[in-house]
Design a protein around this ligand. Structure first.
Ligand code: CA
Length: 238
């Protein structure tokens, strides 16, 4: 089996050293770019299995690098943000990052994230190319579960009917449970980025979802509004 290659785009020497040592020890090949322009120039030649992309880079920012790579590749991208900022996170996900991790991080957590995004990509590729009977994984958050294969949604054990867009929106929110998804991201992913309709469409759909999954739709605890940003599917408190 060939070793999987991680493209580390990072300008801080201490992080570069730690990542090179840590990831190599975990069995990955590591290639490093020290700024955004180098990352863009060398991406095709490096041909990585995953990109670990620092947000704050000299010359070309991580956001611009991400945007550029997304235009030509579906490679998994993990955005590295300097601080736990919801805005950075939202921007990262909007320009096509698959996941993000906040500095300072533990090497063990980072490796787990790298493996998780690569698994997700393998799952997508195999479900696209292999037999259609290959079931997609059911998703459960709290008392709501969805089965992408059969399109069945269970709310507190009861089957509830969801039209396609509502189903897609609920799936997207639940897949990212605990994270804020911006209005633009939600509209892009569900209605396409050429969508020209009223953005109220999103709110209407959210309202319909709440009517189906919330105990009290006027006082939502699952699909919550993050003012000025978007929506988040809250994980149940334990
Ligand atoms: Ca940096």
């Amino acid at each position: 089996m060939t070793r999987q290659r991680v493209f580390v785009v990072e300008d801080e020497e201490a992080f570069v050293d730690a990542l090179t040592v840590g990831l190599t020890k975990e069995g990955f090949d590591v290639e490093v770019a020290r700024d955004g322009a180098e990352a863009i120039a060398r991406f095709d030649e490096v041909n990585p299995d995953v990109v670990l992309l620092d947000l704050m880079l000299p010359r070309v920012s991580g956001v611009d690098v991400c945007r550029d790579l997304r235009r030509r590749s579906r490679v998994p991208i993990i955005m590295v943000t300097a601080k736990s900022s919801e805005v950075d996170t939202v921007v990262g996900l909007e320009v096509g990052a698959d996941d993000y991790i906040t500095k300072p991080y533990r090497m063990r957590e980072l490796v787990a994230r790298v493996r998780a995004v690569m698994r997700r990509v393998e799952d997508t590729v195999s479900s696209e190319s292999e037999s259609e009977s290959e079931p997609e994984r059911a998703l459960q958050v709290g008392d709501v579960s969805i089965d992408p294969d059969s399109h069945v949604v269970l709310v507190r054990g009861e089957q509830v009917a969801f039209p396609l867009k509502e189903f897609d929106l609920l799936s997207l929110l639940m897949e990212h449970a605990g994270r804020v998804l911006s209005r633009d991201t939600l509209i892009d992913r569900i209605w396409g980025h050429d969508y020209v309709g009223d953005t109220k469409t999103l709110d209407v759909h959210v309202k319909r979802l709440r009517a189906k999954v919330e105990d009290d739709p006027s006082n939502p605890t699952r699909i919550v509004t993050i003012r000025g940003l978007g929506y988040k599917y809250d994980k149940p408190k334990v």
